[in-house]
Design a protein around this ligand. Structure first.
Ligand code: HEM
Length: 423
């Protein structure tokens, strides 16, 4: 049996693809022990990943495969205050998942999301102008992060003065890989929940036209949404709504800087943007592993059988680099067609925010390549580091330089705003 190194480590994240190529060739369905000390199966071939994500025998509820007696013995007790963490729709199976998803689906359809275009463009232009005025920035902190963060916070109706706290809390949440991390993160998680509960209370009293207010109305309208589920939904949207897109924009920019021909082509052919974003999604795979699933019965992948009651991860980053499906998978081909990547997952949990993520990326990348002239890394390529993470893949930071805008071209901003100043 092939031994698998720690796939949540910063070292692995720097270049996961040679390992995945070996796994696909030699051990495409492999049992290993992850950083949390618990066993898990990794599925790495495109065909197996695609079928795993659609297979109803792979559930999100770890206890569905257990008998009632086994359940009573094994299901840990969660203190009431923290129960929302176990109630988000990404961790639910139908019919609960179906009910929860229906409540938010309307807000994220391509048509509704298109209405945000003007706002996303305005936010992007502001961030780009600020970057140009400075000439040297950390593109991750100053463009890739504030863009999706601003959009999701505005959609939800989170006051601007609270965004930095939000960032700190969500960072803490996605950084949890082991039970020790969980214990250490408890104070932050407690503060996060307390804050959200107070926010819900304010909406109950004063109403509003944002997404949180709409969810509160759904909660009040009857049995469709419990308060725990409501809190869980808000947390899920905040975390899923920006940690992922941040990685697409930052890792995607790095992929373009690594391939000057591709960068130049995108500058010259802006009409390429739609297929280019799909290719950047495939190439960078910001969600490297789909979240965990559990086998409710024995499940065969070709000749390999994963027994009932096992934890399984479908490795999206590996599927997206599978040479059986993508010609020259390690090449960035901005006009790749067809491009049936799995960066947004598949099946019932297919990314709810895909239309929004696409819109943000289709606006951000042209602005980055067109409006930051002479864009280049400000540090040696080898000094860039990646965040340790159980399922995401993203850079720690991306210091870049561009030609600073001459003073006369920014007449309305005689003094460049400070980083972190309100948009
Ligand atoms: C480039 C950006 C993004 C990527 C790569 C991405 C990727 C994914 C993937 C792979 C899944 C499925 C996970 C699984 O099956 O285990 C997912 C689910 C989800 N994503 Fe995204 N996502 C992105 C942006 C967003 C945004 C902007 C939102 C905000 C609204 C969002 C909200 C969600 C939600 C709510 C789910 C759970 C859906 C469900 O359980 O039915 N995502 N995303």
């Amino acid at each position: 049996m092939m031994s698998v190194p720690d796939i949540s480590s910063a070292k692995h994240k720097a270049n996961p693809y040679p390992l995945y190529a070996r796994l696909r060739a030699e051990a495409p369905v492999v049992r290993t022990v992850l950083k949390d000390g618990k066993p898990a199966w990794l599925v790495t071939r495109y065909a197996d990943v695609a079928s795993a994500l659609k297979d109803p025998r792979l559930g999100k509820d770890p206890y569905r495969s257990l008998s009632p007696e086994e359940r009573a013995r094994q299901v840990p007790w969660t203190p009431g205050f923290f129960r929302p963490f176990t109630k988000n729709m990404l961790d639910q199976d139908p019919p609960d998942h179906t009910r929860l998803r229906a409540l938010v689906h309307q807000v994220f359809t391509p048509r509704r999301v298109e209405e945000l275009r003007g706002r996303v463009e305005a936010i992007t232009q502001r961030l780009i102008a600020r970057a140009r005025a400075r000439g040297a920035i950390d593109l991750l902190e100053e463009i890739a992060l504030p863009l999706p963060m601003t959009v999701i916070c505005e959609l939800l109706g989170i006051p601007e003065e609270d965004w930095p706290r939000f960032r700190a809390w969500t960072n803490r949440m996605v950084g949890i890989a082991t039970s020790v991390d969980m214990v250490l993160a408890m104070p932050s998680l407690y503060m996060f929940l307390r804050y959200l509960r107070a926010l819900l209370e304010r909406r109950r009293r004063a109403g509003g036209d944002d997404l949180i207010a709409a969810l509160v109305r759904a909660e009040e309208a009857g049995s469709r949404l419990s308060e725990e589920e409501l809190l869980a939904m808000v947390m899920l949207l905040v975390v899923a709504g920006h940690e992922t897109t941040v990685n697409l924009i930052a890792s995607g920019t790095l992929a373009l800087l690594d391939d000057p021909e591709a960068l130049d082509r995108l500058r010259r052919e802006p009409a390429l943007i739609k297929p280019a974003v799909e290719e950047l999604l495939r190439f960078t795979s910001p969600v490297e592993l789909a979240t965990e699933r559990y086998t409710t019965e024995d499940v065969a992948f070709g000749e390999r059988v994963v027994p009932r009651g096992q934890r399984l991860f479908a490795v999206l980053g590996s599927a997206n680099h599978d040479e059986e499906v993508f010609a020259s998978p390690e090449r960035l081909m901005l006009d790749r067609d067809p491009n049936r990547h799995l960066a947004f997952g598949s099946g019932v949990h297919y990314c709810l925010g895909a239309p929004l993520a696409r819109l943000e990326a289709q606006i951000a990348f042209p602005a980055i390549v067109q409006d930051l002239p002479g864009l280049r890394l400000a540090v040696p390529r080898s000094s860039l580091t990646w965040k340790p993470s159980s399922i995401l893949r993203g850079l720690d930071r991306l210091p870049v330089k561009c030609a600073a805008a001459p003073v006369y071209s920014v007449p309305r901003a005689p003094r460049p705003p400070e980083a972190g100043a309100p948009l």
